[in-house]
Ligand binder design. Structure first.
Ligand code: ATP
Length: 871
């Protein structure tokens, strides 16, 4: 077959064996088996071996490997063995964590697979984009991403942006007319290329190539592999950890020099101690544990139907202070039903549920013309499956079809569409030109203000008032009009002033109960919720009141916004929660105005023109179901269920992630500081070491990774959504964290040295004293963990004491390991430990309790929890 772009539509359809009804399901399945899935080859992922080896690219590991070589050369085999064990444990845990994080991300990418509307057996059905086959007829509209290479069969005002293929960012107009065979790719106006975006219009396209056979597939573009888990905060911590490691290594080198040349310690012993201190001090587990915390957050959000597309946004989500949301489908169910129709003859109440075209109309009357226009000016289809009616396409248009069925139960007359002006949120109406038994007719539906203006011979004021009254009941109002037409094209200009008004319909779309609860939750969390809708001010205000926005009565319309300059808008925007009859451009101005007030803005959007405001917002949120691909590509977060409640859930998870990152840091830094301080001070003072180098390595081996890791799994703290949002850009290393590090390090030092002195004073052998000191350190770390689990509230609740499964697994593991090192003879030989008498064991536990009491009291005083009613 010659290239499709230069052939007529009929030739192309015939060449691919496609009829007017598209392919049959059976034929599509056969072709799918023949051509394979419509998917681009994926970039190869890093193999497990390379991922494992990557774990060794780490300063700490280099230090440890160096230390293993030195101790090996000195023939201190026990030390070498312990060091090698630490290295391997680090690498294995890092490997497993990273694998889990990558798998979580990969699973989430899969959830974003695009769908395509395709004609099969004469019906419009939605299929997975990967199931398209050559010969399929695809239905597209503005905002869609072209799912395969298509020959345009029908186009209305069609334009596509093809920069990814041609480098040309200005959208190209597309038509069904063939072009010259030797036209360059960018000039083949009869073709739509896979992966490009439709910026306006609607189209039917014939699939001519899929998967790797498409133009984009041919230039060998690979789908981006799994994105690395990286956020600004993580990058900052990584940077911090590197610097800290560098400083610690420098300090360790100085310590080694001091010990060798000034204090004249034995080099071999000293070397091991210095290595132990460096390992204790370097927060080696930190970046890995933070990464896993993020991955857990991403997964938790996905479970709540919020899919994170860009990881850095996860931090912004937790600090959102204002959410600007759409109305239809987000706050409401987007399950519409026509409840009222008003014609010049009177007012009719329409009964019936869902999309079933059955229901009484009271009083009975002739709604034929209104129903006909509603059915013709319509792109949706109703389908009955198992007695249940569903809509394929826009739910509002589905409701109009159901209404048409109720009003005119006879079959839709055989009418052909000649031309159309598709709906656009900027002009707010849709018009079609059809040819049928009544001749050539134009039918128009749209926002009343817009359509009434196009009509002749009506009492404009009276109709406006009637529309207003319907809107105030919370109904979405459409006006319908028609006129006879001679030509075969619609021209927007000729519609003005020449239409005959058929009437109004009022559509009911109930608020989602869970959205009402979520709005209340957000408001309690200090997050303002604003509704930005294209709908009528009256409808918007009525729904705003139903879902519980703070100021439902003050409404600014798009026209009002146009009258305000940016400075005035920034002043006004704080006290208004409902914005109606807005266009996508207004959304952009609103985001900017809110950000000018220092707020962190989340903005929802679904249309192709929403992309700029989604990009501009701190968190751009696209609707997974009704949203266009263009909006999804611009968004940070995609809602799988289009539901406002999922935004609130994402904020909650975002706050949890941030808290957990903070907890991981709050646990790791003071613990590391405390551990190393104990040894360094003894070394500098020339005292006997309270803990040997091998023991420090052991503690790091078992605790540093396990205990810290438990914090990544922490559930949401109670009261998380009762706190005001974290200010934008607030640092994680705050003054109070530095204070906490200092306090805990000093308490560690006091407790461990105290126990050690107590033991030596009682005349215990040094080995026993050290065993007690080491166990004290581990007990303190565990108590510190329980403390850190609740950084915003008291730890003295049943829930806090009960902990989580992960916490207890970790605690039981560590306790078992400690008992083994303390009491098992072979391990005693390796680690130089002795059995600790029971009473002294209890004493150590008591020290842990005392430590916990001190830091808990300090926290309660600092947070002002003391004396506060905790009910
Ligand atoms: P929401 O925030 O409720 O989702 P929106 O911002 O998506 O609203 P639009 O879809 O832009 O609102 O619709 C704005 C107005 O345009 C509607 O109130 C309605 O009057 C009209 N309208 C919407 N969809 C269509 C359509 N398919 N055909 C004709 N008119 C429409």
């Amino acid at each position: 077959m010659p290239p499709a772009h230069s052939q007529s539509v009929e030739t192309c359809l015939a060449a691919l064996g496609t009829g007017p009804d598209g392919l049959t399901a059976g034929e599509a399945a056969r072709r799918l088996a023949q051509h394979g899935a419509n998917r681009l080859p994926e970039a190869r992922r890093r193999g497990p071996v390379r991922r494992f080896l990557a774990q060794f690219q780490n300063v700490l590991i280099f230090v440890l490997i160096g230390a293993a070589l030195v101790t090996g050369a000195l023939q201190h085999w026990v030390d070498t063995g312990v060091i090698v064990a630490v290295v391997l444990a680090n690498a294995i845990i890092g490997f497993i964590q990273e694998g889990k994080a990558e798998a979580a991300l990969a699973a989430i990418r899969g959830m974003l697979a695009p769908h395509a509307a395709v004609l099969r057996d004469g019906h419009r059905v939605s299929v997975d984009g990967a199931e398209l086959v050559p010969g399929d007829i695809v239905l597209l509209e503005a905002g869609d991403k072209v799912p395969a290479d298509l020959r345009v069969v029908q186009a209305h005002g069609l334009a596509a942006e093809e920069a990814m293929l041609t480098g040309e960012s200005v959208p190209v107009d597309k038509t069904a007319d063939p072009v010259a065979e030797d036209a360059a790719l960018g000039d083949r106006r009869s073709m739509l290329w896979s992966g490009t975006l439709l910026t306006q219009g609607t189209a039917r396209g014939l699939v001519v190539a899929t998967g790797a056979a498409t133009e984009i597939g041919r230039i060998g573009t690979l789908l981006a592999g799994v994105e690395q888990l990286q956020t600004p905060l993580l990058a900052q911590m990584d940077h911090f950890a590197r610097w800290l490691s560098f400083l610690i290594l420098l300090a360790a080198a100085l310590l080694l020099a001091y010990g060798t040349y000034v204090a004249h310690y034995d080099f071999a012993d000293l070397f091991m101690v210095v290595v132990g201190v460096a390992v204790a001090a370097i927060p080696e587990g930190l970046p890995a544990v933070m990464t896993i915390s993020l991955a857990i957050g991403v997964k938790a959000m996905a479970r709540r139907n919020a899919i994170v597309r860009r990881l850095p946004a996860i931090e912004a989500i937790g600090s959102v202070s204002v959410i600007c949301t759409d109305k239809t489908g987000t706050l409401t169910r987007n399950e519409m039903v026509v409840a009222v129709a008003e014609t010049p003859e009177g007012v009719f109440e329409i009964a019936g549920e869902g999309y079933a075209p059955e229901g009484r109309i009271t009083p009975p009357g002739n709604l034929d013309a209104l129903a006909r226009a509603a059915a013709l000016c319509n792109d949706a289809q109703l389908r009955q499956t198992g007695g249940h009616w569903t809509v394929e396409g826009d739910p509002m248009e589905g409701a109009l079809l159901a209404f048409a069925g109720k009003a005119r139960p006879q079959a839709r007359p055989d009418t052909r569409r000649l031309d159309a002006i598709p709906f656009d949120s900027r002009h707010r109406y849709m018009a079609v030109l059809t040819e049928g038994p009544e001749g050539r007719m134009i039918a128009v539906k749209g926002a009343p203000e817009r359509v009434l203006r196009m009509c002749c011979d009506i009492d404009l004021k009276r109709w406006h008032d009637r529309a207003e009254a319907l809107a105030r009941r919370g109904l979405r109002v459409l006006a319908l009009a028609e006129r006879a037409q001679a030509g075969d094209r619609i021209d927007a200009a000729t519609l003005e002033g020449g239409l005959v008004l058929l009437g109004l319909v009022g559509l009911f779309d109930p608020p989602r109960p869970e959205a009402i609860a979520a709005v209340a939750e957000c408001r309690a969390a200090g997050i303002r919720v604003k509704m930005i809708t294209g709908d009528h001010a009256g409808t918007a205000a009525a729904i705003a009141a139903k879902v519980g926005l703070a100021h439902p009565d003050r409404v600014l319309t798009g026209a009002d916004l146009d009258r305000l300059d940016d400075a005035q808008l920034a002043l006004e925007v704080g006290s208004v929660d409902v914005f109606a009859r807005t266009s996508p451009e207004h959304k952009l101005r609103l985001v900017t105005a809110l950000q000018a007030n220092g707020l962190t803005v989340a903005m929802t959007g679904d249309g192709v023109n929403d992309a700029p405001s989604l990009k501009r917002a701190d968190v751009g949120i696209a609707m997974g179901r009704k949203g266009s691909e263009a909006a999804k590509e611009a968004a940070d977060l995609v809602l799988a269920d289009d539901n406002f409640a999922s935004i609130a859930a994402a904020v909650r998870e975002g706050r949890t992630v941030f808290d957990n990152l903070k907890k991981v840091i709050s646990w790791t830094l003071p613990t590391n500081a405390g551990e190393s301080l104990v040894v360094v001070l003894a070394l500098l003072a020339g005292h006997a070491l309270p803990i040997t180098a091998v023991q420090i390595l052991w503690i790091n081996l078992i605790t540093a990774i396990t205990l810290g890791l438990a914090l990544a799994f922490e559930p949401t703290e109670a009261g998380t959504m009762a706190r005001p949002p974290r200010p934008r850009g607030a640092p994680i290393l705050t003054g109070s964290l530095v204070w906490h590090v200092a306090l805990v390090a000093i308490l560690f030092l006091a407790a461990v040295s105290g126990i050690f002195s107590y033991a030596t004073d009682r005349g215990y052998p040094i080995e026993l004293a050290r065993t007690m000191a080491m166990n004290t350190l581990v007990v303190l770390e565990i108590f510190h963990l329980f403390f850190v689990r609740n950084i915003h509230g008291t730890s003295l609740t049943f829930a806090a004491v009960r902990g989580t499964r992960v916490v207890w697994i970790v605690v039981v593991t560590i306790t078992t390991a400690q008992l083994a090192v303390t009491y098992l003879a072979p391990l005693q030989a390796i680690f130089g430990t002795r059995a600790v008498p029971l009473l002294d064991g209890l004493l150590i536990l008591g020290v842990g309790v005392a430590f916990f009491a001190v830091i808990e009291i300090e926290k309660q005083i600092r947070l002002g929890l003391v004396g506060q009613d905790r009910s």
